[in-house]
Ligand binder design. Structure first.
Ligand code: MN
Length: 709
């Protein structure tokens, strides 16, 4: 088929009577100049291709900008023309469409597993918020598939596979069933030509055999519908070749056993008429049990609505009958309805639900706009607002959260690559580490064995994975320092000891045995434990000479808090202490401070000491609510200075089952009194409850939690 520019202009004026076609004509001239002298593999002038694509877009009844972009879609790819040239000649809107199309043409899908295909499809959607780009791309791909015969066998296989994996599902997701079906059929033809030819011949024969039968049936249906006053369109359908193939495969049956090859569709005006027609059909022919589906009352997730029933006609054939309104038929054929995964996998995950919700919204706008095509001209969509899809240099697609940087990318490939990341090339250009990744970017990480993570990276990385890996590395680094510190502490203790039994060098001691006595694996763990403060040097001495230190003032072994009700994401086995300055309680907002050799000290956010600390050494921590320890805190109560006041306060505290560890009272000059209490509480909630009970007491002016004590 040969399309001329006038065919396109005629087509456009048919659905946009007062269309301004100047841009289309200009685009035609521009494209003709760029493609002059170029031929397609078929030998025909190259210009035929953009003309054909533009014509298909006009058939979809898109706007004039889309048609102009269709004519221009290969001009940047195939020549020295730039997107800026297009912008100067045709303006922002058309150049943005051409830019999107050029970007897609530069990326190629390497057929791999299904997950990669899915990510690739999402990347196309994420890259192109303007759906018109995708619709033009589909027209482009459809024309290329129709003319695939001129390619080498290898190219045919590659393009057909890409079409089947990416573009047919994309057409399906956008609800364009007509394009989806043709793309599938063409891909199937090249990928599995033997089966295709056999099935196609079978279907053609069947269609021919049953042509007369179907015609009689349709006439009969029209007559019966008219008897009850229904006037509708009745059309016959035959299953497409690729769906038959899928059915044969999935149900493991022969062609002869695929029953619902023949079908009719009845299109009416209202929903009531649909149900009425269903009654007519069931009165005419016997329905097959369990084959009736009411997608009108219960629409599919993708908004598909129709009544389906399968009946047996006297000639023995099974016929699938679909009954729907004209509007439902439009949505099923060409609406931006998402048919894809629901149909393919029969389930909808949470992410898809979001997409479907969005598409539902889109369809609502569509009906409001009356003209079903109008909305595509202005609406920009972001189907995956929280994600970006980028390529590895090997062509794998990776999904990352929006806002991710090359550092996140490096860590998601491999921890080692992250640690040694010193920069990145994006689409061949060197970018800073804090560059924000965009869908479609090709990322190459530059690494160096000398590079290592730094605290600054915690601000650059966006993903939890990268942050945890960076933190873990930093903590491990602290561990190295703790080992050194621990070794020094032990050595110093031994040297300064007066006991001859301790006048030994480290080499003379059996350190591994000593470590084992603390249930630790080796001497490094032992030193690290000393460095972190988990084991005191007194405990070490006690192990070496148990008897001689008996009389020494035994320092209370440091309370082994293990985690102390605090967790640091991605890191285990840390010594945690609570700041004596601010006494945090579970429920308080807290922050950790890495104290070299002493593990982590937890402070309340806003603690005056924290602001004086080296901010680089702060680390996020969270309360582990599964651990219920009591914490000592202090508060003061100002109240009337009168007998019995202290008694009633302590009674309230006691009634809340809170233990008091210390109290003091002070009479003030103004006739009031200040009582200070130290209590043991489990968490902030418990403390708040106690405060509110105390506030209910008569004679109380105020209660204040002490910052320090
Ligand atoms: Mn093209």
């Amino acid at each position: 088929m040969r399309i001329r520019i006038n065919d396109i202009l005629d087509e456009v004026s048919a659905y946009i009577p007062d269309a301004d076609t100047r841009m289309i004509e200009k685009a035609y001239v521009f494209s003709a100049r760029i493609h002059q002298g170029q031929t397609r593999l078929s030998g025909e002038p190259y210009l035929n291709h953009p003309l054909m694509v533009a014509w298909m877009i006009a058939k979809m009844q898109l706007d004039t900008a889309s048609i102009a972009a269709g004519l221009l879609h290969d001009t940047v790819e195939d020549s020295l023309t730039t997107v800026d040239d297009i912008k100067n000649e045709f303006g922002e809107e058309i150049s943005a469409l051409v830019d999107g199309l050029t970007k897609i043409s530069k990326i190629h899908f390497k057929s791999k597993e299904e997950e990669q295909a899915e990510n690739f499809r999402k990347m196309l959607l994420a890259m192109n918020k303007d759906l018109r780009v995708l619709l033009i791309k589909l027209a482009d791909r459809l024309h290329n598939m129709r003319t695939l015969e001129f390619h080498s066998v290898a190219a045919q296989q590659r393009i057909a596979k890409e079409t089947l994996d990416i573009y047919a599902p994309l057409a399906s997701r956008l609800g364009i069933y007509i394009i989806k079906t043709e793309l599938e059929g063409l891909s199937f033809k090249y990928l599995n030509s033997e089966t295709y030819t056999k099935l196609k011949a079978g279907l053609d024969t069947k269609a021919k055999e049953k042509e007369a039968l179907l015609k009689d049936m349709m006439n009969l249906v029209v007559t019966e519908l008219e008897k009850v006053g229904l006037k509708g369109k009745v059309i016959s359908r035959i299953k497409d070749v690729y769906s038959v193939y899928r059915k044969l495969n999935s149900q493991n049956i022969d062609f002869e056993n695929v029953y619902d090859i023949l079908g009719i569709r009845i299109i009416l005006n209202t929903v009531e008429e649909c149900y009425k027609a269903l009654g007519v059909i069931h009165a005419m022919w016997k329905p097959i049990q369990f084959r009736f589906k009411d997608y009108i009352a219960m629409p599919k997730q993708n908004m598909y609505q129709s009544l389906h029933t399968t009946v047996i006609i006297p000639q023995g054939e099974r016929i699938e009958v679909q009954i729907r309104t004209q509007e439902m038929d439009n949505i099923a054929n060409e609406g931006i309805a998402a048919h894809w995964r629901y149909k393919e996998k029969g389930k909808v995950d949470k992410e898809d639900e979001k997409t479907f919700a969005w598409l539902r919204q889109l369809l609502e706008w569509q009906t409001e706009l009356k003209d079903p095509k109008e909305f595509l001209q202005s609406v920009k969509v972001d189907l995956y607002p929280d994600e970006v899809y980028v390529f590895t240099p090997q062509g794998d697609v990776m999904r990352l959260p929006k806002g991710s940087t090359p550092l996140d990318f490096a860590y998601s490939v491999h921890t080692g690559l992250g640690h040694q990341c010193m920069g990145a090339k994006v689409n061949g250009q060197i970018v800073p580490l804090k560059y924000t990744l965009k869908s479609g970017d090709v990322i190459e990480i530059l690494k160096s064995a000398k590079q290592h993570p730094s605290k600054d990276w915690l601000r650059i990385a966006k993903t939890t994975r990268a942050k945890n890996k960076i933190r873990a590395w930093i903590i491990a680094q602290e561990r190295e320092q703790s080992i050194t510190l621990g070794r020094e502490l032990v050595e110093k203790t031994l040297k300064s000891s007066h006991s001859p039994a301790l006048q030994k060098t480290l080499k003379e001691l059996n350190l591994d045995k000593l470590a084992a006595s603390f249930s630790l694996k080796n001497k490094d763990e032992l030193f690290a434990a000393v460095g972190f403060g988990k084991i005191s040097t007194h405990q070490i001495i006690h192990k070496i000479i148990p008897d001689e230190v008996k009389d020494e003032p035994k320092k209370e072994p440091e309370k082994k808090l293990a985690s102390g009700g605090i967790t640091v994401k991605g890191i285990e086995d840390l010594l945690v202490k609570f700041g004596r300055c601010c006494r945090p309680l579970p429920g308080d907002e807290v922050v950790g401070f890495i104290s070299r050799g002493k593990g982590i000290t937890v402070h309340r956010v806003g603690c005056a000491y924290v602001s004086d600390m080296d901010q680089q050494r702060l680390i996020p921590v969270e309360w582990d609510t599964s651990i219920a320890e009591t914490h000592e805190i202090e508060f003061s109560v100002s109240c009337d200075d009168k007998p019995g006041m202290l008694g009633s306060i302590t009674a309230v505290i006691g009634a809340q089952n809170v233990n008091i560890s210390k109290t003091s009272t002070q009479s003030l000059a103004d006739g009031s009194s200040r009582c200070v209490f130290r209590v043991l509480v489990k968490n902030l909630q418990e403390l708040s409850l106690l405060f509110s009970k105390l506030q209910g007491l008569k004679g109380i002016y105020g209660i204040e939690r002490s910052q320090t004590f």
